[in-house]
Design a protein around this ligand. Structure first.
Ligand code: NAD
Ligand code: DAU
Length: 333
């Protein structure tokens, strides 16, 4: 198997590449990544000289770059995206470009037979806020943020290619991932690294929003299973069911690190903030998927990694790029 992984220098993509190199030793991987602020080759420095792995810097919106990278590959797994909801509220443009138009370029590569399958890594955010119960794959799409709308647009485009051209696509919809190598703008790495340095934790609104904090390795194993056993034209939800309120998550991590709850600072809520996400993953479980980390185990493993790997996040948080974003996002809240 020769795989084109797009966005492999980001959080989930780099964890997926690590998983493949250890669990599928005869596979070869090409990683096409634009290296935006969220892309980081340090995530893959331990495998950079592995002969089964090759990095290519490029944009999924660039047809020529995609055509070159996909040459000889059997399948594409698309992680490349703009992914942070708060940034999509500030500046939606890049989200539409990469998440929708970039996916179109990959779909056309698959349609032209340059790869046998495209696995599109999508999100539970496309279902919107779920007041009760859990969304299965037939649930209607009800995106709240420009990020979620862009991902929903890409999902619809993928399904339209299957219906219209029989282009083999499989979609996964994952919940909130936590674990190593997550850019410290997302809540978990932000709160853990702030807590380690005695910086306040900016909790949006009342902090009663619910998220299913699933360990990234469990998500990656679900994506791999969907790639190997999923049916073309089908969607598979991936969530461990680790539901937790944000305020509970913040209290849990402060207790684990040994810091006071007074570090929690309630700040103005996110506009259009979805109250709760919850998916039904029975369809993937039927193919054999099961998560290995419950909420406490996922949180503890994540906290431990950031506590032990300051070399990774301290340079990111000290860049002007990060400080400017932090100021814009939090100063006026
Ligand atoms: P991330 O922001 O950490 O990484 C995104 C990667 O994509 C980066 O390496 C970036 O450089 C690259 N990229 C961005 N634009 C690109 C372009 N035009 N061409 C090529 N590369 C580009 O994201 P993540 O959290 O690892 O998410 C990966 C995928 O999983 C996304 O599609 C996201 O929507 C989806 N997802 C994420 C979560 C989560 O909790 N993080 C949950 C469900 C689904
Ligand atoms: O559900 C899957 C999605 O999870 C992915 O598709 C997205 O790419 C990923 O970013 C994530 O989206 P969220 O908006 O749920 O994640 P985020 O880490 O930004 O926020 C998680 C929760 O924490 C959410 O309820 C908002 C809250 N929050 C977030 C930040 C950044 C805060 O209270 N304070 C913060 O500073």
């Amino acid at each position: 198997m020769r795989l084109l992984v797009t966005g492999g220098a980001g959080f989930i993509g780099s964890n997926f590449i690590h998983l493949l190199l250890s669990e599928r030793p005869d596979w070869h991987i090409v990683n096409l990544d634009k290296l935006t602020y969220a892309g980081n080759l340090e995530n893959l420095r331990d495998v950079k000289d592995d002969e089964r792995y090759r990095f290519v810097k490029g944009d999924i919106c660039d047809e020529a770059a995609v055509a070159q990278a996909v040459g000889g590959c059997d399948a594409i797994v698309n992680f490349a995206a703009e992914t942070h909801v708060d940034r999509s509220i500030m500046e939606p443009d890049a989200f539409l470009r990469t998440d929708i138009l970039g996916t179109r370029v990959l779909l056309d590569a698959a349609r032209q037979g340059k790869a046998d399958t495209l696995l599109q890594v999508s999100t539970d955010e496309v279902y919107g806020s779920i007041a009760q119960g859990a969304a299965d794959e037939t649930f209607s799409l009800n995106a709240s943020s420009p990020y979620a709308a862009s991902k929903a647009g890409a999902d619809m485009l993928c399904l339209s290619y299957w219906t219209t051209y029989s282009t083999p696509v499989v979609i996964t919809r994952g919940v909130n991932n936590i674990g190593p190598y997550q850019y410290p703008e997302k809540v978990l790495p932000l709160f853990v690294t702030n807590a380690l340095d005695d910086i306040p934790l900016p909790l949006y609104g009342d902090g009663m929003q619910v998220r299913d904090y699933t360990f990234v390795d469990d998500h990656c194993r679900g994506i791999l299973l969907a790639l190997e056993k999923g049916q073309p034209g089908e969607v598979y939800n991936i969530g461990a069911g680790n539901e937790m309120r944000n305020i509970e998550m913040a209290r849990f991590l402060l207790a684990d690190i040994g810091k006071p709850e007074s570090l929690i600072q309630h700040v103005k809520d996110r506009p259009g903030h979805d109250r709760r996400y919850a998916v039904d993953s029975a369809k993937l479980r039927k193919l054999g998927w099961e998560p290995h980390y419950d909420a406490a185990e996922a949180l503890r493993a994540t906290i431990r990694w950031y506590a032990d790997n300051r070399w990774w996040w301290e340079p990111l948080k000290s860049r002007d790029l990060y400080r400017d974003y932090y100021r814009r996002q939090y100063e006026q809240r």
